[in-house]
Write a protein that binds this ligand. Structure first.
Ligand code: FAD
Length: 623
């Protein structure tokens, strides 16, 4: 049976990758369908009720700078906001918000239902329609054939999903949802490299059974941060605290005694789990010398009693889970509402993707999110956005777009995935970005919003807000450079009270602000030197750009140098065995991978900067 309409873009899956992919394509004017198992689970958070954190917050801000939905949704559904690393440099500062899981889902659904150019359709996708190696639509569970110019697959943990609780296992995409088996089997018939990964989630606790009076409280920050560049703290719902407890020797004893009942340790689970988000049994075994681990107790919603004990993800049997939970302070009488579990699922080797997220072997088919071997809502959202953009560009026969590593964390992630692949669930860290001084949360809009406007992703409201911010920054920078204070100025006493060494000559305000002890706000409170510019984001930008100018300029020089070599072509017929000075290992790797450019060569694992220098010298000699 043929669906009554055709689409430019069909997105399969309504998780975090799917919602960004579908909305991006729709913003770009494409007739878009979001096809998903269940409309009720649009935007569902499968695991922790939180958005952001170090590296992840950076991705969310970039998605927002390009007009995406995640930051705006969490501003409407976040029940605790914090700035992590607030005492460190701006490059590693990151926003994190605790989400009201139910509200978040509701906000996303509301946004999607009202999105121009977007059609929602509840059906499982069971197959792809192929014309040779070209994908041109999907076939649903009910046999409905839907034609489209491009398809974006974002099936998350659902493909051949297998849930484990102790030695019991059953098929599922996540607790309460069916696995995607027919589609997974069909994809296994196509020329795709497929592997298995695993992830896990902790048991959820009924808050009424917890003794909060003995737990340490953790409030959010004041003033309350916001996620979206368009966000306001007044949009947030009621803010609530989190709590902290700890595992102890008793918890660890229970785990050690029951390790043989863990599907992971008994070898039942084959997939590799996220190293940076280990299960509690993994933590106890890997860090055997530690007698305690911190557990954050996070509220799941303002309208339910459920709590998420962050740090006790486990696939041990239910009776062991009860003992683990009840061994911790405040949890002596705790009631588990939902057992923890692990899930194994199929993922596709992301080295089969081009940097625009299109499959190398099947044209018009894009992959995004957990199915590319990543973990996390934010990583999924960022990939979804990029896949949605490129599916829309492909549907219009336009050139692909992908940000470079020096432009965005999204670029870092896609370059890592498509050139290096991943053997374990990939998550973002600031350390993955070599140019992290430039890739900050605070300037994500300065890096990307104008590009987003060109691509058709940024609406008039965001564009006007962005331009006001730019104007304020530029005018204020100019004013700081041309406003002078000298030892005989009327305000000299107030200025000297701010600085460590009193002024003995004339200084412009920019020079004063460069001093570590002087903040922009304090300087602007001196009546003769203010007032401060009204927009907080612009004021923050002025301060960061002045204070870190030296570092930022140096990094920009490095990027310029790197860019000059990035696109230097490596001859297709080059035999690396002939290049003197390269180690045998490097020669083999280069002969295997046959990179097209120096940039690509430099990202192959094991290819050192020294090897790149040797190659550059060789190319120069060869002429
Ligand atoms: P998902 O959010 O999984 O969304 C997939 C969507 O596709 C769903 O809406 C589904 O219904 C739909 N779908 C699937 N197949 C089909 C089909 N054939 N037809 C139609 N629709 C389909 N992340 C972390 O960062 N840390 C963690 O500790 C962590 N633990 C996790 C534990 C568990 C048990 C699970 C399930 C996930 C965990 N995650 C964790 C991962 C996090 O949930 C994902 O990274 C994120 O949700 C991925 O987003 P996605 O859009 O790729 O996929």
């Amino acid at each position: 049976m043929q669906y009554h309409e055709q689409f430019d873009v069909i997105v399969v899956g309504g998780g975090h990758a799917g919602t960004e992919a579908a909305t991006a394509a729709a913003r770009m004017g494409m007739k878009t369908m979001l096809l998903t198992h269940n409309i009720e689970t649009l935007g569902q958070m499968s695991c922790n009720p939180a958005i952001g954190g170090i590296g992840k917050g950076h991705l969310v801000k970039e998605v927002d700078a390009l007009g995406g939905v995640m930051a705006q949704a969490i501003d409407l559904a976040g029940i605790q906001f914090r700035t992590l690393n607030s005492s460190k440099g701006p490059a590693v500062r990151a926003t994190r918000a605790q989400a009201d899981r139910l509200l978040y889902k509701q906000v996303i659904r509301n946004m999607l239902e009202n999105y121009p150019n977007l059609t929602l359709f509840q059906q499982a996708c069971d197959d792809l329609i192929l014309d040779g190696s070209r994908v041109c639509g999907v076939i649903t569970q009910a046999g409905i054939r839907i034609q489209s110019k491009t398809v974006v697959l974002t099936a998350g943990t659902f493909l051949n999903g297998l849930i484990h609780i102790g030695m019991e296992n059953y098929r599922g995409g996540r607790a309460g949802d069916p696995a995607s088996v027919t589609l997974a089997e069909r994809l296994r018939e196509l020329p795709l490299r497929i592997g298995r990964l695993k992830t896990g989630t902790p048991p959820r606790i009924d808050g009424r059974s917890v003794n909060f009076s003995v737990l340490q409280q953790q409030p959010g920050d004041t003033p309350v941060p916001v996620f979206s560049f368009l966000g306001k703290a007044e949009q947030h719902p009621r803010q609530v605290p989190c709590f902290i407890t700890h595992t102890n020797e008793q918890t660890h004893d229970v785990i050690r005694q029951n390790l043989h009942r863990s599907p992971m340790y008994a070898g039942v689970i084959e997939g590799i789990g996220p190293r940076y988000c280990p299960s509690i049994e993994d933590k106890v075994m890997r860090f055997a010398d530690r007698s305690s681990h911190q557990i954050f107790i996070e509220p799941e919603s303002l309208s339910s009693h459920e709590l998420y004990p962050n740090g006790v993800s486990t696939s041990l049997p239910f009776d062991v889970q009860v003992q683990i939970i009840r061994s911790m302070k405040g949890f002596e009488q705790a009631h588990i509402v939902r057992p923890g579990y692990a899930i194994e699922y199929d993922y596709f080797d992301p080295r089969d993707l081009q940097p625009n997220m299109e499959n190398r072997h099947l044209q018009n088919l894009f992959f995004a999110g957990q199915i590319n071997g990543t973990t996390g809502y934010e990583e999924a959202a960022a990939q979804g956005l990029l896949a949605g953009i490129n599916a829309a560009l492909r549907a219009q026969d336009k050139d692909p777009w992908s940000p470079r590593r020096d432009q965005a964390y999204i670029g870092v992630m896609m370059d890592d995935l498509s050139t290096l692949g991943t053997k374990e669930p990939y998550r973002m860290f600031t350390s993955r970005a070599e140019y992290r001084l430039l890739l900050r949360e605070d300037n994500a809009d300065l890096r990307l919003t104008a590009l987003g406007r060109e691509l058709g992703l940024v609406d008039d409201v965001r564009w006007a807000h962005f331009n006001t911010k730019l104007e304020q920054i530029e005018q204020e920078q100019q004013r700081l450079r041309t406003t002078w204070v000298n030892p005989s100025s009327d305000c000299i006493a107030a200025v000297n009270a701010l600085v460590q060494t009193p002024l003995t000559r004339e200084h412009c305000l920019e020079e004063l602000l460069r001093r570590p002890e002087v903040t922009y706000d304090a300087l602007m409170q001196i009546e003769a030197l203010g007032p401060r510019i009204p927009m907080d984001q612009a004021a923050e930008q002025v301060e960061i750009q002045v204070k870190y100018a030296g570092y930022i300029d140096r990094q920009q020089d490095e990027i310029d140098k790197q860019l000059r070599n990035e696109n230097t072509l490596l001859p297709a017929d080059l035999d690396y065995a002939d290049v003197p000075g390269l180690s045998n290992e490097v020669r083999i790797k280069l002969n295997d991978a046959r990179p097209a450019t120096i940039g690509q060569a430099s990202r192959i694992s094991g290819i050192t900067p020294a090897a790149i220098s040797i190659l550059l010298v060789y190319l120069k000699k060869r002429g």
